[in-house]
Each structure stands twice: as structure tokens, then as C-alpha cells.
Design a protein around this ligand. Sequence first.
Ligand SMILES: CC(C)(COP(=O)(O)OP(=O)(O)OC[C@H]1O[C@@H](n2cnc3c(N)ncnc32)[C@H](O)[C@@H]1OP(=O)(O)O)[C@@H](O)C(=O)NCCC(=O)NCCS
Length: 138
Amino acid sequence: MARIHAQSFAEGWSEDEIERIIDRPNTTSLVAIRDGFANGQIEGFVIAQAAADEAEILSIAVDQFRRRGGAGWALMDCVMRQLHSDRIKTLFLEVDEKNQGAVELYRRLGFRKVGERPGYYRAPDGSRSRALTMRRDI
Ligand SMILES: CC(C)(COP(=O)(O)OP(=O)(O)OC[C@H]1O[C@@H](n2cnc3c(N)ncnc32)[C@H](O)[C@@H]1OP(=O)(O)O)[C@@H](O)C(=O)NCCC(=O)NCCS
């Protein structure tokens, strides 16, 4: 998970940080493993954290060489089913408005924008972009 996180985000989380996050109470973590892919390599992961009957996606990422193969969709679909069975009613997430692939994935999954934080993300070149807050009933 740390390997994929580091490929995917400017500030990668260490193995220890990931372990601490997934050990927190009320956290749901899923990994994607392709059928027949038995050498222990995961294709992606999603981590969600619940509070009362709401939850938020803390992180989702797919191995950079396996993107566009359906793993991101499958991870979101599975985590929403799991949260629904845990009686969660609403799922929130935040995404960089410039992250068009992720925004499109969430839009197709039925998430809608409910807010934004101007200048929330900073790119390596110093430019800033908005965080979109999106939500979906589950
Ligand atoms: C966002 C991410 C998790 C998507 O995972 P993925 O496995 O590549 O996504 P999927 O193959 O399941 O894509 C499902 C649908 O989402 C949309 N989508 C995904 N990536 C896209 C892209 N780069 N451009 C446009 N649409 C995209 C498409 O509608 C796609 O369906 P299609 O392939 O039939 O057109 C992956 O790109 C990733 O790890 N990115 C880096 C980390 C990141 O940005 N995480 C999100 C932070 S909020």
C-alpha cells in the first residue's frame, strides 16, 4: 500500500503511517487483488473512516501500471457495499479539481459536488487548486 501511495501522491505515507491509519477504530480498508494473481502484489487499495452514520474516503489509489483496468471502480463499489452493510448512510470524499480521472470516476459512481476549498492543494510547481467535496448516499 505504501508503494502504491508513494507512486500516486506527492506526500507518500510510510508503511508505519498506513498501519496506524488502518488500525484506527471505524476504519474500513480494502485491497484489490486480480483473480489468479497470487504473488501477494496488490493492485490498489481504499481506506474509509466512519463517524456515526457518515464516512469519508481517506485514500484510494491503484498501481500506476494497472490503472484503467477497473480496480478503482471495484474498490469504490466494494467499500460502498461494506459501509452500507455497516449502516453508513452517506459517503464523502475530497478530490483535487485538476484530478480529472478521479473526478470522472466519482461522478460516474453518483457522487455530486457539495462544496469546495479554494487553494487547498499545492502542485510541485507551486500552483494551487481547489479541493472539491463530493457526497453520495449509500
Ligand atoms: C483515480 C484512480 C484510483 C482510478 O483507478 P482506476 O483503476 O484507474 O479506475 P478504473 O479503471 O476503475 O476507472 C473507472 C472509470 O473511471 C473513469 N476514469 C478513471 N481514470 C480516468 C482517467 N484517467 N481519465 C478519465 N476517466 C477516468 C472512467 O470513467 C473509467 O471508466 P472507463 O475506463 O470504462 O472509461 C487511479 O487513477 C489512481 O490511483 N490515481 C492516483 C491516485 C488518485 O488520484 N486517487 C484519488 C484521490 S481523490
